[in-house]
Design a protein around this ligand. Structure first.
Ligand code: BGC
Ligand code: NOJ
Length: 811
C-alpha cells in the first residue's frame, strides 16, 4: 500500500494520507541552522548542534507519536483544525504534504478554507521560514482565527529532560508586537536567544504554555484556540512558548499570505543588551527585515531551488527505469547531503543528544557528497583528522559545535582510522587537490602536535600494523565497524552500555573485516604514496599489505567463506564450526572487495555462500543463523532478538559491500538484484510493511528470522545512503573518478539496453552513453572520446569548460 507518490518533475515526494506508517520526515537547512519536519509538521530546529542549541521542544517516543512541532490552528466558527492534520486531528477535506529539496509544504482544507504552509531554512540564514497562505475557496466571506505555536527549549536538550527543578524556574521572554523573544539564560552565560515573528499585526499572543493550553488539556485542544482568544500571557519560569493570534477575514476566492519566522541570534559579549535587562535586537530585526514580505521569501525559495539544481547537475542518469533515475538523480544524493550535515545526530530515531559526528561515519558519508561540495568535504576531512590521536587511533565521535573529540560513545574501535584513507583518497580523486596532504593538521585538537595530513594517513595505516594479533590479523579493539561485535566486553550488568564499558584485557580478539578493509585502503595508501613520489614508503607499505593478504588466506578462510573474527580466547567467529553466527556479511564484503584469493576462486565461493545463507526476499542479512541466546563473549550482537539490527537484520549499510564484490567478479545481474531489494523507491508499494519513507534508505530492515521481515527502522541517518550511492554510480553504472580521469567500468544486468550519464568532473562535462545491445554484464568493446577510440578505460581529464561525448559499447 502507498501513502503518496513521487513527483519527479518537481523533485518532491507527495504524501496524500497524513497517517503514514511512521512519521515521514524531511530536513530543512544546509549549513548551521537546521530543522526536522514530519509530514504533519512535527519536529524541531537547532543551530549547529541538536543538543546544545535546540530551539524548540520535541517529544520523542511519545503517545501519540510525533508530538511537538510548529503547529498552526484554525478556528473557523468553532471548527478547529490544523493544516497538517496534527495536532488537532480533525478530519480534513483535503490534505497534502510535499517533501522537496530542503523545503516541505503542508496543505490542508476544511469547510472551504485552504491553508498551505511552506517551511524552509533560507540559504546562509539562521532561521526557519513558514510561509502561510490562507484561501477562501467558498462563495461567502469568512472570518477565521489563526493561531501559531512553538514550544521553546533553547538550553541543553539533555538537561531539558532531567533537570526540572532548575528548568521550570528559569524561563524568560520579551514581547514586542508581533515578535516573541525567548531569552532564558541569556542574562548569564548565553549570548544567544531565539524569536518567533509574524509579518502582520496580532490580535493577541501567548508565551506561557499553561495559559495557552491549560494544565490538563492537550496540544490538540488548547484553551486559547478553543475559546478563540489569546490570553496575552507572559512566561516567568515554567514552560515558555510562542503563539500568535491573527484574525483573518477572507472574501470569497480571496487569499492572504503571512510570513512566520523562527530565528536564532548570537551577540558579541559586549553587545548583549539594549538597556538593562532588555536584549539587543539589532540582529533579530535585520533578519526579520530580510524576510518580512512574501516577495522576499519567494526569492529566497528560488535561490534554494537554484542551489539544489546546481548540486544535482553534477551526476545525472537517464536510464530506462524511472525508479532508479529518481534515486540516483534526486533522493539518494539528497540523503547523502543530509548525512553529511547530521552524521548520526538528529533524526526521528536519533534524539540529537548523543552520537555527534562519528569518526568512521563521517568519513564514509563523504563518498556520497564529495562530488557536490568538495570544499566542504575538505573542511570536514580536516575537522575529523584534527580529532585523531598521534598513534593513529581516534575518538569515535566529536561534537559538531565544539569540534572536539569525546568519549561519550566509547573509543578504541580499531577500524576507525582506516576510513580516513577512504575519505581523503575519494576527495583527491574527485578534485585532483593533492595539497590537502600538505595541510598542517593537529592531533587531538592540539596545535602543538600538528603534522601534515599525509602523516595522519600514515598514522592510520600503521595503527593497524602496530596492533596485530596472533594470527597476524588486526586486533579488533572495542569493536570494528560492527559496533555490536564486542569481543572484549564480557558484560553482565544490564545498566552498562556495551559501547562504553571498560573492556577486559589479556585477550587477543582479531577482526577479519578490518583485515580486508586494510588491504583495500592499504593499497589506496600505497598508490597515493607512489603518486606523490614517496617510493620507499610505498614499498614498505606494500609489504604490510601483502602480509595481510597472506594472513587472510591462511587464517581468515573457513573453506566456503571468510571467517569473521577470532574471539578473546582465539576461537573462530563466523565459521562452520559455530552453532549460530556461522557466516557474517562484513568479511565477505571486504575480502571480496580486496579480491583476496580471487585467483583461487575464494571470492566467488564466498559470494555464493552469501547468496545461499544470507540472502532473503528483502535483502542480505548480517549473519546466519541468528543468535538466539546471549553470548557473553560476543556482546551486544547477541542481545537483539533474531532478525533485528546487528543480529541478522538486513543492515543496509553493508549490502553494498557485497554488491561491489559481485561487480568485481562480473555478476551484474546478481549485483543489481541485491541493489534493488533494499532501494527505497522500489519498496514504495509495500510502504505499509516497510514503514519508513520510500524516498530514503533506512539503516535496518528486519531480516528473515524476524517476526515481520521487511519492516524497516532508523531511516535517514545511515552510512547506507553514501555506500549505495557510491555503489550504484561507480560500480554498477561504472563511472568512477580516479587520479587520472574518469574510469568507465559498468557492471549491469544483461537486460539493460542502454543508459546515459552526464557527469561534471574537474570542471569539464562528460556526456556518457553506454550501449549494451550486446546484452552483457560487463566488459568494454569500444570506448570513444569525442569521436576518437581510446584503448584505456580511463577517459583522460578534459579541459575545464569543455563538453565531451563519450560513447561506450559493451561487449
Ligand atoms: C547499535 C549500533 C550503534 C551503536 C552505537 C548500538 O546499540 O545497535 O547500530 O552503532 O549502538 O550507538
Ligand atoms: C551504526 C553506527 O553509526 C555505525 O558506526 C556502525 O558501524 C553501525 N551501526 C554498525 O554497527
Amino acid at each position: 500500500m502507498k501513502y503518496g507518490f513521487f513527483d519527479d518533475e518537481r523533485k518532491e515526494y507527495v504524501i496524500t494520507n497524513p497517517q503514514t506508517p511512521f512519521p515521514w520526515i524531511n530536513y530543512l537547512g544546509n549549513e548551521d541552522f537546521f530543522s526536522l519536519i514530519s509530514n504533519t509538521a512535527g519536529g524541531y530546529s537547532f543551530y549547529k548542534d541538536a543538543k546544545f542549541r535546540r530551539l524548540n521542544r520535541y517529544r520523542y517516543n511519545n503517545v501519540p507519536i510525533d508530538n511537538g512541532g510548529r503547529y498552526f490552528y484554525i478556528n473557523d466558527g468553532g471548527t478547529i483544525w490544523s493544516p497538517g492534520w496534527k495536532p488537532v486531528k480533525t478530519e480534513l477535506d483535503k490534505y497534502e504534504c510535499r517533501h522537496g529539496l530542503s523545503y516541505t509544504s503542508v496543505k490542508g482544507e476544511k469547510n472551504g478554507i485552504e491553508a498551505e504552509v511552506v517551511f524552509f531554512v533560507p540559504l546562509n540564514s539562521w532561521c526557519e521560514i513558514q510561509k502561510m497562505k490562507l484561501t477562501n475557496k467558498g462563495n461567502k466571506t469568512k472570518k477565521v482565527k489563526l493561531f501559531s505555536l512553538i514550544e521553546w527549549c533553547l538550553w541543553n536538550a539533555e538537561d531539558d529532560q532531567n533537570n526540572l527543578q532548575r528548568n521550570l524556574s528559569t524561563g524568560e521572554v520579551e514581547i514586542h508586537g508581533s515578535t516573541l523573544y525567548h531569552k532564558t539564560e541569556y542574562k548569564e552565560r548565553r549570548n544567544h536567544y531565539a524569536f518567533y515573528y509574524v509579518n502582520a499585526p496580532v490580535q493577541g499572543y501567548d508565551t506561557d504554555r499553561e495559559s495557552f493550553i491549560g494544565l490538563y488539556n492537550e496540544f490538540s485542544h488548547p484553551d486559547v484556540v478553543v475559546t478563540g482568544k489569546s490570553k496575552n500571557s507572559e512566561a516567568h519560569g515554567w514552560s515558555p512558548i510562542a503563539s500568535h493570534c491573527i484574525e483573518v477575514e477572507l472574501q470569497a476566492g480571496e487569499s492572504k499570505e503571512y510570513v512566520f519566522l523562527l530565528g536564532y541570534v548570537e551577540n558579541e559579549e559586549d553587545q548583549k543588551w539594549e538597556s538593562k535587562g532588555v536584549i539587543n535586537k539589532t540582529k533579530a530585526k535585520a533578519l526579520i527585515n530580510k524576510f518580512d514580505t512574501t516577495d522576499k521569501v519567494n526569492q529566497a525559495l528560488h535561490e534554494l531551488s537554484i542551489y539544489w539544481k546546481n548540486l544535482l547537475s553534477i551526476y545525472s542518469l537517464d536510464s530506462e527505469d524511472k525508479k532508479l533515475d529518481r534515486m540516483v538523480n534526486i533522493w539518494n544524493q539528497y540523503q547523502c547531503m543530509v548525512t553529511f550535515n547530521m552524521s548520526r545526530s538528529a533524526s526521528f530515531f536519533e534524539v540529537g543528544i548523543g552520537r555527534g559526528m562519528g569518526f568512521r561515519d563521517s568519513n564514509q558519508d563523504l563518498i556520497g557528497f564529495v562530488h557536490q561540495i568538495p570544499e566542504r568535504a575538505r573542511e570536514r576531512i580536516i575537522d575529523i583528522a584534527s580529532t585523531q590521536f598521534e598513534d593513529g587511533g581516534a575518538y569515535h565521535q566529536y561534537q559538531p559545535l565544539t569540534k572536539r573529540g569525546n568519549d561519550a560513545v566509547g573509543g578504541n574501535f580499531n577500524d576507525d582510522p582506516l576510513w580516513l584513507i577512504l575519505s581523503t583518497t575519494a576527495y583527491i580523486k574527485e578534485t585532483g587537490d593533492f595539497s590537502i596532504l600538505e595541510e598542517m593538521v593537529p592531533f587531538d585538537n592540539d596545535e602543538s602536535l600538528a603534522k601534515t595530513h599525509f602523516e595522519h594517513l600514515k598514522a592510520s595505516f600503521y595503527h593497524v600494523t602496530n596492533n596485530l594479533g596472533p594470527h597476524q590479523l588486526p586486533l579488533i579493539g572495542r569493536a570494528d565497524w560492527n559496533d555490536c561485535l564486542n569481543l572484549n566486553c564480557f558484560s553482565k550488568d544490564p545498566n552498562e552500555s556495551f559501547q562504553t564499558t571498560e573492556n577486559q584485557t589479556g585477550g587477543s580478539a582479531e577482526s577479519v573485516m578490518i583485515a580486508g578493509l586494510f588491504v583495500v585502503y592499504g593499497r589506496d595508501y600505497v598508490e597515493l604514496c607512489r603518486k606523490t613520489g614517496k617510493k620507499n614508503e610505498a614499498d614498505e607499505a606494500q609489504k604490510h599489505v601483502d602480509n595481510m593478504v597472506k594472513a587472510i588466506k591462511k587464517n581468515g578462510w573457513d573453506g566456503e567463506w571468510y571467517l569473521r573474527a577470532y574471539d578473546f580466547f582465539g576461537k573462530k567467529v563466523g565459521s562452520q564450526k559455530n552453532e549460530e553466527g556461522k557466516i557474517f556479511i562484513e568479511s565477505q564484503g571486504w575480502c571480496t572487495m580486496a579480491e583476496i584469493g580471487m585467483e583461487d576462486g575464494m571470492c566467488e565461493k564466498a559470494l555464493n555462500s552469501v547468496k545461499e545463507h544470507l540472502d532473503c526476499e528483502y535483502g542480505i542479512v548480517l549473519n546466519n543463523p541468528a543468535f538466539t541466546e546471549y553470548v557473553i563473549e560476543y556482546g551486544e550482537i547477541s542481545t537483539y532478538p533474531a532478525g533485528y539490527k546487528e543480529n541478522a537484520g538486513i543492515f543496509c549499510h553493508n549490502n553494498p559491500w557485497v554488491i561491489i564484490g559481485e561487480t568485481l567478479i562480473g555478476r551484474g545481474d546478481q549485483a543489481w538484484e541485491y541493489f534493488r531489494k533494499i532501494c527505497p523507491s522500489y519498496l514504495e508499494e509495500i510502504s505499509d510493511l516497510h514503514k519508513t519513507e520510500p524516498y530514503v534508505y533506512a539503516q535496518m530492515i528486519a531480516g528473515k528470522d524476524a517476526s515481520r521481515p521487511g519492516e524497516a527502522k532508523n531511516s535517514w541517518l545511515s552510512g547506507t545512503a553514501a555506500w549505495n550511492y557510491y555503489t550504484i554510480t561507480q560500480y554498477i553504472l561504472g563511472i568512477k573518478p580516479s587520479y587520472d580521469g574518469l574510469e568507465i567500468s559498468p557492471c549491469i544486468p544483461k537486460s539493460w539496453k542502454s543508459y546515459r550519464v552526464s557527469r561534471k568532473f574537474r570542471g569539464a562535462l562528460y556526456e556518457i552513453s553506454i550501449d549494451n545491445s550486446a546484452g552483457v554484464n560487463c566488459g568494454i568493446k569500444e570506448l570513444k572520446v569525442n569521436g576518437e577510440i581510446i584503448k584505456s578505460h580511463i577517459v583522460p581529464i578534459q579541459k575545464a569548460g569543455t563538453i565531451n561525448k563519450i560513447i561506450v559499447v559493451l561487449g
